[in-house]
Design a binder for this molecule. Structure first.
Ligand SMILES: [Zn+2]
Length: 322
């Protein structure tokens, strides 16, 4: 399947809620106080400090996403953002774990998203696919419930994979090995956030290793910790594990000091398939065009290297594009 535009494989629907949409949602649900906890004084962008500050803002944003129509609206917004950013195909994560924790049935939400995706394809020329995920710190049983809902929604509603997000410091990926074996056996892709959080020491490498070896992830979200571990780099390369890199996000949450500190080149030189992604484009005020531009300006990546990443992304898409 060929499509025009860039491919983005790691972008969260909840992280694409624009400040303007957040203001509308806060009015709808009578929660104006949340705005001061999330936005700057004139309401034009999000503000937070560090990884846990970010998680707090993320929690506030998700608390205002309640009805299927809210998800439909933000998916339409995301379609507009992606089209203006030159993205033609995106796999979008949505936390079923958070929905279920809040007592929201994911299935009507996923139906609304499938409807929105059809409209986005027709109106904005962007193909959206969905990767529901579970929240690591809420444990294996909750993750199974999220997966069962994702499997029920299935490819008919645009679901192509299943993932694991949340607080990486809260529990080992290996606990979820049986779950991801089931996801794979049902023919869905597996992506796991790992090696993202700063300050985990040797546990960060182990976190990536468990995601790859125990859970047999097809793709790793972030994977920063692997860059300092030659053996792990070799494992990723040998197994062809795709790394969804999110440099701007890592700067925003404190995983790296500056964009130029990101080990994009280390992954490329190790022969690991990878691409750039925004992660939470509205919350971090990022776009993909800017991320690729910074890769050129700050790390001297060539257009050929950009092309290498995009070709790898097409191949790693769960709805394979090559
Ligand atoms: Zn992410």
């Amino acid at each position: 399947m060929t499509r025009t535009g860039r491919v983005e494989l790691h972008t969260h629907l909840e992280g694409s809620v624009t400040p303007a949409r957040l203001i509308l949602l806060s009015e709808k649900y009578g929660q104006p106080g949340l705005l001061t906890a999330c936005l700057n004084e004139d309401g034009s962008f999000y503000r937070f400090e560090g990884f846990h500050g970010f998680l707090n803002v993320f929690k506030h944003v998700t608390s205002l996403l309640r009805a299927p129509e809210d998800f439909h609206a933000i998916a339409r917004d995301l379609g507009v953002q992606l089209a203006s950013d030159g993205v033609g195909y995106a796999e979008v994560t949505l936390s079923y774990g958070v929905l279920q924790k809040r007592g929201i049935d994911p299935l009507p939400v996923q139906s609304a998203l499938a409807e929105a995706a059809a409209e986005v394809a027709a109106d904005n020329g962007v193909e959206l696919r969905w990767v529901p995920d579970a929240v690591r710190q809420w444990g294996v049983d909750a993750a199974w419930r999220a997966w069962e809902a994702a499997a029920t929604a299935g490819r008919e509603l645009g679901v192509v994979g299943f993932g694991l997000g949340g607080d990486e410091t809260a529990g080992p990926a290996a606990d979820f090995a049986d779950l991801f074996a089931e996801v794979r056996s049902e023919g869905f892709g597996v992506t796991i956030h790992a090696g993202e959080v700063p300050g985990m020491g040797a546990a960060a490498s182990e976190s990536v290793r468990q995601a790859v070896v125990d859970c047999r992830a097809d793709r790793i979200g972030h994977g920063l910790a692997a860059a300092a571990d030659p053996l792990l780099l070799a494992t990723l390369a040998a197994r062809g594990i795709f790394v969804e890199m999110c440099p701007g996000s890592n700067v925003a949450t404190g995983g790296i000091g500056t964009w130029a500190d990101h080990p994009v080149r280390t992954f490329l030189e190790a022969g690991i398939p990878c691409c750039l992604n925004t992660d939470d484009r509205a919350l971090f005020n990022l776009d993909l065009e800017g991320e690729y531009r910074r890769a050129s300006e700050l790390l001297n990546l060539t257009l050929t290297e950009h092309d290498t990443m995009q070709k790898a992304a097409r191949k790693a898409a769960f709805d394979c594009l090559v």
